[in-house]
Design a protein around this ligand. Structure first.
Ligand code: BG6
Ligand code: MG
Length: 218
């Protein structure tokens, strides 16, 4: 028997590889404050809000700043990040995404976005995917950042579905934890050792097979 399920997709690192642009902008900011910031350390920033990301970054650099200075840095970081975003086209949709969305559409499975980003609408518009989502839940809609499940719980409401029937696709530890706390099925995209808390793991979106999806629905 077919189960009624819905999908909630994270954006950065799942639909598009904007994680690399976030990293470049944060690393630049770190360098401007005279410390380096590795890709490994960047894992801690994935999935968490812009404000929280800066807090973590400053902790790594062991730097204390005034609220005013932090505000300025947040604006600067986003400005640099948006320079990359404005250049984005549909070429930057990650492999496997279009196929997966098409499979869901053909099977009448609704999907929404559940992202911490305040730039989500703009990014989806740039890559031509905005209209395909039933709803967008993003950093402008939540007061609590992942690993708090708020963003996914709002997503479930938009899908009109119980949490247990929602499948979350995430590339961040904080996101997988948020999905698990919300009692949703979690799919981790990326390094399975990093995302060991996920219910299912795939190296990338292209690795999600139709057989796996059919099993999930049946
Ligand atoms: C998440 C990213 O999707 O959005 C984080 O994984 C990022 O790295 C967060 O900090 C907030 O994004 P933005 O676009 O509002 O700065
Ligand atoms: Mg992500």
């Amino acid at each position: 028997m077919k189960k009624e399920i819905g999908f909630i997709f994270d954006l950065d690192g799942v639909i598009v590889d904007t994680a690399k642009y976030h990293y470049l902008a944060w690393r630049n900011l770190a360098n401007s404050l005279d410390f380096d910031f590795s890709e490994e350390q960047n894992e801690q920033l994935k999935g968490v809000s812009r404000v929280k990301s800066l807090e973590i970054l400053l902790e790594i650099g062991k730097i204390k700043l005034s609220e005013e200075k932090k505000e300025t840095l947040l604006i600067e970081k986003n400005k640099e990040y948006l320079e990359y975003v404005y250049k984005m086209t549909s070429d930057e949709i990650l492999p496997g995404v279009n196929q997966l969305l098409t499979f869901l559409e053909i099977n009448n499975i609704k999907f929404v976005l559940g992202s911490a980003s305040k730039n989500a609408q703009l990014i989806l518009k740039k890559v031509g995917l905005l209209e395909r989502f039933t709803a967008i839940v993003d950093g402008n809609d939540v007061s609590k950042a992942k690993p708090n499940p708020e963003v996914f719980l709002i997503g479930a409401k938009k899908l009109n579905m119980n949490a247990e029937n929602c499948v979350v696709v995430e590339d961040a530890i904080a996101g997988v934890q948020a999905a698990n706390t919300a009692n949703m099925v979690s799919i981790g995209i990326g390094d399975e050792n990093v995302l060991s808390e996920a219910d299912y793991n795939f190296n990338d979106m292209a690795a999600i097979t139709t057989d796996f999806l059919k099993n999930l629905i049946n």
